[in-house]
Design a protein around this ligand. Structure first.
Ligand code: SF4
Ligand code: SF4
Length: 113
């Protein structure tokens, strides 16, 4: 294997063979634009809920990909569905629809391992 002089921090890496990917697959099946997220954080910077709570939509994105569903359940209802995040997303992701799909997925999918 080629050595680049650095490695990925284990705490930041996502092994898709080991995490529960049911929710992220469901979201991308229904809102394919979400797969183009570059984690720029523009959504988080403008977020109405983030201005008054610790809600962080970019962190939520990572939690979804890590399959941390309990954390997501605790956070998701802080979103007011105002749609500001959609307006600033450089990838044109329908983040409000993503939030709606998260809510629907948490209540309708069997997310057990
Ligand atoms: S603004 Fe769009 S591309 Fe940037 S982190 Fe948010 S969802 Fe992803
Ligand atoms: S729709 Fe939700 S996540 Fe997006 S800016 Fe509004 S409160 Fe934040």
């Amino acid at each position: 294997m080629k050595k680049f002089g650095f490695t990925t921090a284990q705490s930041r890496s996502i092994d898709y063979d080991k995490v529960n990917t049911k929710l992220i697959k469901y979201i991308i099946e229904n809102e394919s634009s979400f797969s183009t997220c570059i984690s720029c954080g523009a959504c988080t910077a403008t977020c109405s809920a983030g201005n008054i709570t610790h809600f962080n939509i970019r962190r939520l994105n990572i939690q979804i990909r890590l399959g941390k569903y309990e954390t997501i359940k605790q956070e998701i209802d802080k979103c007011m569905l105002c749609g500001k995040c959609m307006l600033v997303c450089p990838r044109g992701i329908n983040t409000r629809n993503v939030i709606m799909l998260i809510k629907k997925g948490l209540t309708t999918l069997d997310l057990s391992d």
